[in-house]
Design a protein. Structure first.
Length: 281
């Protein structure tokens, strides 16, 4: 082999080495890009899975105490709403609390709740104040209600069944309702045919409902800081556990303490456990 052939051979060897190095670099770069893409996909999947897996919790808490037609304010209702709002926030709920709500206030609050409910939302409604049944339906009364006839109740009150139906239509994961409104109200003597207390509230489609007394029954206002229902409910809520357990323990404790004079009603159609506490589902 002469000198010229040796130079050509060296040139070819160097070129081959360079090509090999370039190929290795390109291959390594491609591998890094693939790993980066895989990592991005993993992060994206985790974010989507997390978004789907996260259960939002919303609560609308209404405490009405100052009714112009009443001889005295319902101070417990305001105290109950404030204490329950605080407890629910500690249990992971985003709470919208309204005090001494007019009808417009209540309608706006229900609409705010409606706009935020999604398919994975656990929703809770609390109402403390005066409630009246009309046409076999229970209504929450705003503080500006002017009630003289049964039709006034339907026109000026806010239907509990209607709010439940809205939650259902919005696709709420579960619906929790606590109604402390089985009180003697200042409107009962104005009706010729008056039905005491509240009408049965049907727990349709994954709902859990607690009312302070049996349908058609009324309870006297106590003298404590909180109503009997909410005081006992808060005690059991502190212990956390499933919502159904908290509701039933509240009912049993009040029934036993009153020796059957006050028997709250619990209605359930829950299809899965709902737990209080931030770690609960």
């Amino acid at each position: 082999m002469n000198v010229r052939q040796l130079d050509i051979s060296r040139t070819i060897a160097v070129a081959a080495a360079l090509i090999g190095t370039v190929s290795l670099v390109i291959g390594a770069h491609a591998a890094l890009n693939m790993r980066a893409l895989d990592a991005a996909k993993a992060v994206s999947t985790d974010q989507v899975t997390g978004a789907i897996g996260q259960t939002s919790r919303l609560a609308l808490v209404i405490g009405n105490g100052h009714y112009p037609d009443a001889s005295a304010p319902l101070t417990q209702s305001i105290n109950d709403a404030r204490a329950l709002s605080s407890a629910l926030r500690k249990n992971g709920f985003d709470v919208d609390m309204v005090e001494d709500a007019t009808r417009d206030d209540m309608v706006r609050a229900v609409n705010r709740l409606k706009s935020r409910i999604k398919r994975d939302t656990v929703v809770m409604l609390f109402f403390g104040g005066y409630g009246v049944q009309a046409g076999r339906e229970s209504y929450m009364l705003p503080v500006d209600a002017v009630i003289w006839k049964e039709k006034d109740v339907r026109r000026q009150g806010v239907s509990i069944d209607g709010v439940l139906e809205m939650m259902k239509e919005q696709g709420a994961k579960a619906k929790l309702v606590v109604v402390d409104a089985s009180r003697r109200n200042p409107y009962e003597r104005r009706f010729r045919a008056y039905s005491h207390g509240l009408a049965p509230i049907s727990a349709s489609d994954n709902a859990l409902i607690l009312t302070s007394a049996s349908p058609g029954k009324v309870v006297d206002e106590g003298k404590g800081e909180h109503s009997v229902l909410v005081g006992e409910f808060l005690n059991n809520l502190d212990a956390q556990g499933s919502a159904e357990s908290v509701f039933n323990k509240t009912r049993l404790a009040i029934s036993r303490a009153s020796e059957g004079d006050q028997v709250p009603t619990v209605s359930s159609s829950l299809l899965e456990d709902v737990h209080f506490g931030e770690a609960g589902g």
